[in-house]
Design a binder for this molecule. Sequence first.
Ligand SMILES: Cc1cc2nc3c(=O)[nH]c(=O)nc-3n(C[C@H](O)[C@H](O)[C@H](O)COP(=O)(O)OP(=O)(O)OC[C@H]3O[C@@H](n4cnc5c(N)ncnc54)[C@H](O)[C@@H]3O)c2cc1C
Length: 383
Amino acid sequence: MSDTNFLDWPFFEPRHRDLAKRLEAWCRRELPRDHSDVDATCVRLVRDLGQAGFLEGTAGDAIDVRSLCLIRETLARHDGLADFAFAMQGLGTGAISLFGNAEQKQWLDKTRRGEALSAFALSEPRSGSDVAQLDTTAERDGDHYRINGEKTWISNGGIADLYTVFARTGEGPGAKGLSCFLVPADTPGLAIRERLETISPHPLARLGFDDMRLPASAMVGSPGQGFRIAMSVLDVFRSTVGAAALGFARRALDESLERASSRELFGASLADLQMVQGHLAEMALDVDAAALLVYRAAWTKDMGAERVTREAAMAKLYATDRAQQVIDKAVQLHGGDGVRKGHIVESLYREIRALRIYEGASDVQKVVIARSCLAQQETVRQE
Ligand SMILES: Cc1cc2nc3c(=O)[nH]c(=O)nc-3n(C[C@H](O)[C@H](O)[C@H](O)COP(=O)(O)OP(=O)(O)OC[C@H]3O[C@@H](n4cnc5c(N)ncnc54)[C@H](O)[C@@H]3O)c2cc1C
């Protein structure tokens, strides 16, 4: 049983507590799922989450980041694949929610009902962290664009019904020359070139665009706005990656408390050993500190802040890095069982790693935080 006292923190309103309660009950009935066919499981999870109403807040004009974080934390605590399936419905449609027109927003009814899966296609073989250098081109051809290039590491690649794709339209150099496009999966010229396998299996693919023709109306926002769109989407969803890490860490702590209380060693319980208590204390501290940063960032955004770049970077960096440590301690406290294939802490150990890489690696978050502090210092100096 997880500690839910954090729900009494002033970041939350009664509707958040109600959401957490309803979702917890759903998770206990529905999760975990069988992961032997991740594609089919994700499609099914999206449909079931949609039918239960939990995808309602993933897209639209007013995204409540606290709700997204609460849902991701709860799903991650029960089943990493359920968290992944949920998260992609928001990330993949974020550009449409924030910058799309009325026609493009019609897709959102389907994604919120769980009838269409979405994907966010930004990364390329040559430009992961260095997004501004991306090579995929979109050339104007009358009232169409012709897209050529490649995207990689695309979550939901191969099972998505729509992709938001970022490409170079050339209005300016680097970040100033990118635009965003809504690409239905059945568009001729879009190919799934490779399915990618990772230590914790999720649907992932490398995509190719071979002279893919799109009507000019497929552009989300205006020409040259792509980089701003991508960063705005990440600004909303980055805190939620921290929330997923928090869910994994909380599960690792729960499992460790249970293990320490029930395992007998040297004529007493494991929990009686002071060094074990030290580990448990550090794990609990990391979980609470991560939760404070995650829900601070989410609350700040929900209160109307236009950008929460620094708060979201802190939340993501701290929650993902510390979750790795919490889970590592959980593995240690479980002894041999901790590395046994199929054990929950073994799967958490594999599940957490990618979160420190995607949506901005930990090192990149440090750069973001430091730049923000330095800019603030400069402003104070000039006042
Ligand atoms: C499981 C998974 C799912 C993903 N899903 C998606 C998705 O849905 N859509 C999408 O577009 N992309 C996705 N990605 C791609 C992800 O965003 C990139 O992998 C990430 O941005 C890092 O890019 P890269 O892999 O090219 O590594 P590189 O850019 O080569 O970076 C490698 C390492 O260099 C270091 N580094 C990079 N920049 C700096 C810096 N400025 N200062 C200091 N150190 C630095 C970091 O340690 C970094 O991990 C996913 C990746 C994974 C692993």
